[in-house]
Design a protein around this ligand. Structure first.
Ligand code: IPM
Ligand code: MN
Length: 401
C-alpha cells in the first residue's frame, strides 16, 4: 500500500493501521507502531484490499461465492490487490466449535478492512426455543464486539422490476430512501431479559443512553446532507421512555442542521407511510427493533427481499451483508438470488474503501442483468429463471468486459 501524506509518502512495508476521525493516524513505520495527530491523508488509487469472508449458513455460502467473484472481478479490472480469508459463523460454527461467533472469527474480522457476510440460521434452532446456544447470538455478538452501531439499508427500486412490487408501480417508481437502524442497543441487548422461576412470566428490557442516540442521529444527518436533506426520526414517544429520550435528543440536535428538514414520526404511522407513500422518505432513522421490522417491510417494495444490501458500520471493521436470511429451503439448490450480496459488495467498495467508481460499476452490472432477464426465480417473469451461479457469472463477465 502507498500512503500519501500531505508532504511525504510512505510505501513498501509501512502500513496504515487506522485512520481515526480526529485525524490521528496509526501507522507501522519500519516495524515500529507510531501515531501522528492532525494529519490529512490520502491513499493512492490502487489499493490492497484485505477482507474477511463469512458465508454462514443456508444459502449463505452460495450467495457469498458470487459476491466474492464479483469483488475479485472488480479488483482485477481496477488493478487492486485483493486478499481474503474465510471464517465460520452461525449454526455451522456451533456444529464445528460449539459457539456461533468464535474468537478466531472475531480476530480475523478485527484484522480485516471489511467483512463480507452471508446469512445465519438453521431450522433446527427455529423449532427449538429451548436451545441454549443459538446462531443468532453469534450475529448479535459480532455486532456488539465490532461496535457496529449503525445498520444502513438503502431502499432503491429498479425500473424493470416495478411490476414485481406488491405496491402499485406509480407509488414505488422513483422511491429511494435510506433506513438507518440502530444496531447495538435497545431491546436486543437490554438486560434483564428472561423468565420468572415458574416459567410463566417473561421480560425484555429496552435501554438507550444519550451517547448511543446522539451518535446514530448525527450519522443520519450526515447522510441526509449528502442526499435529499430530510431526516425522519421514528419512535413511539407517546408510550415508551426510551423513545422519549430519542425524541428529546432529536429536538436538541435538529437545530444544528438548519439545512436539513427533521420529521418525527410514530412507528405505527411510519409502518403505514412506508407502503402508502414510500417516496416521502429520504433518511429514516430508528431504534433497533423498530428498524428490524420496518426494513423488512421496506425491502419488499423493491419487488424481492433478495435485492436489498446492507452495511453495518461503527467502531471497528464494517460488515456488508444482504438483508435477507439463510433461506434454508433453498440451500444447496443453486436458486437463491445473489443480487443483494453482490450489491452489498458494491457498498463495501464505497463505504469501506471509498471506491465510488467500483461500486457504481457493480450497480450498473446488476441493473443490466435484470434488464437482460438474467435473474433467479424469485424475480424471473416466466419459465426462464437462471441459477445463482449463472447470474453471478453473467455479472462477472459484464464487469470484466
Ligand atoms: C436482521 C435479522 C436479525 C435481526 C436476526 C437474524 C437476529 O433479522 O439482520 O435483520 O433481527 O437483527
Ligand atoms: Mn431482520
Amino acid at each position: 500500500m502507498i500512503i500519501k501524506f500531505i508532504d511525504f509518502i510512505f510505501w513498501g512495508n509501512n502500513k496504515l493501521e487506522k485512520q481515526l476521525q480526529d485525524k490521528t493516524v496509526k501507522i507501522t513505520l519500519q516495524n515500529k507502531k507510531i501515531s501522528i495527530k492532525n494529519i490529512e491523508t490520502q491513499t493512492m488509487n490502487q489499493k490492497k484490499l484485505n477482507i474477511a469472508v463469512l458465508p454462514g449458513d443456508g444459502i449463505g455460502p452460495e450467495i457469498v461465492e458470487q459476491g466474492l467473484n464479483v469483488t475479485k472481478a472488480v479488483c482485477k479490472k481496477f488493478g487492486h490487490e485483493l486478499s481474503y480469508q474465510f471464517a465460520i459463523v452461525g449454526a455451522c460454527a456451533i456444529d464445528e466449535v460449539g459457539e456461533p461467533y468464535p474468537k478466531a472469527t472475531h480476530d480475523l474480522c478485527m484484522q480485516s478492512d471489511a467483512v463480507l457476510f452471508g446469512a445465519i440460521g438453521h431450522p433446527k434452532y427455529d423449532n427449538d426455543p429451548s436451545a441454549k446456544v443459538r446462531p443468532e447470538q453469534g450475529l448479535l455478538k459480532m455486532r456488539k464486539d465490532l461496535g457496529l452501531y449503525a445498520n444502513i439499508r438503502p431502499v432503491t427500486t429498479f425500473p424493470s422490476l416495478l411490476h414485481k412490487s406488491p405496491l402499485r408501480a406509480d407509488l414505488v417508481e422513483g422511491a429511494d430512501f435510506m433506513c438507518i437502524r440502530e444496531l447495538t442497543g435497545g431491546m436486543y441487548f437490554g438486560r434483564p431479559q428472561g423468565r420468572s422461576e415458574d416459567g410463566n412470566t417473561a421480560y425484555d428490557t429496552c435501554v438507550y443512553t444519550r451517547e448511543e442516540v446522539e451518535r446514530i442521529l448525527h450519522l443520519a444527518y450526515k447522510y441526509a446532507g449528502q442526499r435529499n436533506k430530510k431526516v425522519t426520526i421514528v419512535d413511539k414517544a407517546n408510550v415508551l421512555a426510551t423513545s422519549r429520550l430519542w425524541r428529546q435528543i432529536g429536538q436538541e440536535i435538529a437545530p444544528q442542521y438548519p439545512d436539513i428538514e427533521t420529521e418525527f414520526m410514530f412507528v405505527d404511522n411510519a409502518a403505514m407511510r412506508i407502503i402508502q407513500w414510500p417516496k416521502s422518505f429520504d433518511v429514516l432513522v430508528t431504534e433497533n427493533l423498530f428498524g428490524d421490522i420496518l426494513t423488512d417491510e421496506a425491502s419488499v417494495i423493491t419487488g424481492s427481499m433478495g435485492m436489498l444490501p446492507s452495511a453495518s458500520v461503527g467502531i471497528h471493521t464494517s460488515v456488508f451483508e444482504p438483508i435477507h436470511g439463510s433461506y434454508p429451503q433453498a440451500a444447496g439448490k443453486n436458486i437463491a438470488n445473489p443480487l443483494a450480496t453482490i450489491l452489498s459488495a458494491a457498498l463495501m467498495f464505497e463505504y469501506a474503501f471509498g471506491m465510488m467508481e467500483e461500486g457504481a460499476l457493480i450497480r450498473k452490472a446488476v441493473t443490466a442483468s435484470i434488464e437482460a432477464g438474467i435473474v433467479t426465480e424469485d424475480i424471473a417473469d416466466n419459465a426462464t429463471a437462471y441459477k445463482t451461479t449463472e447470474v453471478g457469472e453473467w455479472i462477472v463477465n459484464y464487469i470484466s468486459k
